[in-house]
Ligand binder design. Structure first.
Ligand SMILES: Nc1ncnc2c1ncn2[C@@H]1O[C@H](COP(=O)(O)OP(=O)(O)OP(=O)(O)O)[C@@H](O)[C@H]1O
Ligand code: SF4
Ligand SMILES: [Mg+2]
Length: 392
């Protein structure tokens, strides 16, 4: 598959000045590539051995391994996620943080096979999903099989509950539907009992009363609780929460985060928490992954990232975070902009914004250098430290 990708070379094209002919040629080539991938994905009766694999560490629920998810657009290929690797250990919360457009949502949508197709495609790497008795590589799972995993093993809480809840159905009916979908044959009484129970679990006081209400009759915080109830009712192994509290005010935000933490422990699930809010990450995460322009530029335990942020971009993010105990006239913001995603340079993507850039940074994109066994940064500042540790 990756051979095909190289044939469209958007970096050779001035993306802002494409002629109609060039644009048509790109569209045609895109269609050829995406048709081939779609055909492969939509096959029926695929042998399970084609998409089962092994976890590197059975204590992880998910292992992203060199994931590449690209969008084939009329002006070229957007490498939205380009070689991302990280693990989500069982029972832990991994925070994924980074500026808007860095690839956080596309990473999680890849795990659910919900990237907008056909233009969006997983074109490389593995997403190993631990189902207990077996392990699937989500990058290769056929669409039909994926339906069973989605919402069952992995479920997702979105930012804006109003767009995910159906306005014309009662709350209770919508949760019932999820239960029935995942438990065919379950009785009506049992379904209703479970719905009331989960509404109760997510802290909705009058669960019986809410059962017959419509989404617009609920406050934002209540709707988000309903979304969490829907995500948890199937007892997933992993909950993906993509900006779960951004649309809520601060007090409700704190309550929802508290709820997520408690419930995660109760059902022993893991959380992949996506946000651009470092405050939320600090409160919730055990591990942190920092993304920039489709790649991971730093990762470590939450303590390592917050106490000793190392990549200059992470240092900038920390400085741009508002703090109650800091008296500042205006928030620091990292100067400059991210590179054009269609025309990524062949050097550190942060170089033009980096206050610490030096001669070495003119070279190719930096590798992953380790600062501790659990803490690494894709930055030349740590090359010597990593090399010294290896020769020790
Ligand atoms: N359907 C699409 N077609 C083309 N490009 C897309 C599509 N969806 C996402 N992208 C591109 O992929 C990149 C990553 O987007 P993504 O939504 O993952 O960002 P994000 O980190 O979640 O940002 P935000 O914090 O704003 O939610 C962006 O450059 C975006 O423009
Ligand atoms: S590699 Fe160089 S330019 Fe990139 S973040 Fe590190 S110091 Fe800055
Ligand atoms: Mg997003």
């Amino acid at each position: 598959m990756s051979d095909n990708i190289e044939k469209v070379k958007p970096e050779e094209v001035e993306s802002n000045f494409l002629t109609a002919k060039e644009s048509r040629a790109i569209s045609k080539e895109n269609r050829r590539i995406t048709d081939a991938i779609e055909k492969q994905r939509n096959r029926r009766n695929v042998a399970e051995s084609e998409y089962t694999t092994q976890m590197k560490n059975p204590e992880n629920v998910v292992e992203f391994d060199d994931l590449k998810t690209y969008f084939y657009t009329d002006i070229g290929v957007v490498k939205a996620v380009d070689g991302v690797s990280f693990n989500v250990p069982m029972g832990k919360t991994v925070g994924v943080v980074g500026e808007s457009g860095c690839g956080k949502s596309v990473t999680s949508l890849s795990l659910m096979q919900l990237v907008q197709r056909p233009q969006g495609q997983i074109v490389g790497g593995e997403i190993r999903l631990n189902l207990g008795d077996k392990v699937y590589d989500v990058a290769k799972v056929p669409s039909a099989e994926m339906e069973k995993i989605r919402g069952n093993v992995v479920s997702m809480i979105f930012q804006e509950p109003m767009t995910s809840l159906n306005p014309v159905f009662q709350i209770g009916k919508q949760i019932n539907e999820v239960i029935v979908l995942h438990n065919p044959g379950v009785s009506n009484e049992e379904t209703k009992r479970r719905t009331i129970e989960i509404l109760d679990t997510v802290g909705i006081a009058d669960a019986e009363g809410i059962y017959t209400r419509y989404p617009h009759e609920l406050s934002g915080g209540m709707r988000q609780r309903v979304m969490i109830a829907m995500a948890l009712v199937t007892n997933p192994r992993l909950i993906i929460a993509d900006e779960p509290t951004t649309a809520l005010d601060v007090t409700i935000q704190a309550q929802i985060l508290d709820l997520l933490r408690t419930l995660k422990d109760k059902i022993n699930a893991s959380i992949m928490l996506i946000t651009h809010d470092l405050g939320v990450i600090a409160e919730m995460a055990d591990y942190v992954v920092v993304m920039y322009s489709g790649r991971i530029i730093e990762r470590g335990t939450a303590q390592e990232i917050f106490l000793s942020p190392s990549h200059p971009y992470t240092v900038g993010l920390m400085a741009s975070k508002p703090a109650v105990n800091r008296d500042v006239d205006r928030l620091y913001s990292i100067p400059g902009t991210v590179p054009n995603p269609i025309n990524m340079p062949n050097h550190c993507y942060f170089k033009d914004r980096c206050p610490r850039a030096f001669d070495r940074c003119e070279g190719e994109y930096p590798g992953e250098y380790f600062i501790s066994p659990t803490h690494s940064a894709a930055c030349y500042l740590y090359e010597d430290m990593d090399n010294a540790a290896k020769t020790r």
